[in-house]
Design a protein. Structure first.
Length: 187
């Protein structure tokens, strides 16, 4: 069984998290641990038709953003890594500088110190030099940066097609077999 911690921050793009959780829930041997920031909950209401209860139901376990005593705040909690989707630049900065002031930043800090897989899905544009330096710092620490940049070789026709491609990339990062989207097969 794979255990994956999912952090959702207040950046725009909550639909990426919803889609990822839906696809992870459909895989019987994956256990998800969800933590959302206050602004992520606000964006869920602004950007989707999902209620907080519906989103929480997609995860196996949920945690309060301020619960620094949660299992996912400890390195002794064995898991296969963490994904933050979408990742605000505030959260990226907190992680890059070890400022674990909430459970998302603390769980990411633990993921780095335990040398587990950390996937960051940054959602900001344009990116300033500060943002790029923070993302570069995290990449140098081993985090995988997977921004939601659409591919067009698969001829997407809907927003869901674009979201599917992003989810495929995140699942691939955790070596979770999936057929979420069409893969490049050469020309």
């Amino acid at each position: 069984m794979k255990r994956i911690v999912v952090g959702i921050t207040g950046a725009s793009g909550t639909i990426y998290a919803v889609d990822l959780l839906q696809k992870l829930q459909a895989i019987p041997d994956v256990e998800t641990h969800l933590v959302m920031s206050t602004w992520a909950k606000k964006n869920l209401a602004l950007e989707t038709d999902y209620s907080l209860a519906q989103l929480n139901a997609l995860a196996d376990y949920t945690y309060n953003i301020n619960d620094q005593g949660a299992t996912i705040a400890s390195g002794s909690f064995l898991n296969d890594g963490m994904v933050i989707v979408p990742a605000s630049m505030k959260t990226v900065s907190a992680i890059a500088y070890g400022f674990g002031d909430n459970l998302i930043a603390r769980a990411a800090d633990v993921t780095i110190k335990e040398q587990r897989k950390l996937v960051i899905v940054p959602r900001e544009t344009p990116l300033s030099v500060i943002h790029l330096e923070n993302l570069t710092k995290l990449a140098k620490l081993g985090a995988q940066i997977i921004p939601p940049i659409p591919a067009f070789y698969n001829h997407p026709k809907t927003i869901q097609d674009l979201v599917n491609h992003q989810t495929m990339k995140v699942l691939d990062a955790f070596q979770i077999h999936n057929e979420t989207d069409r893969r490049w097969e050469g020309d």
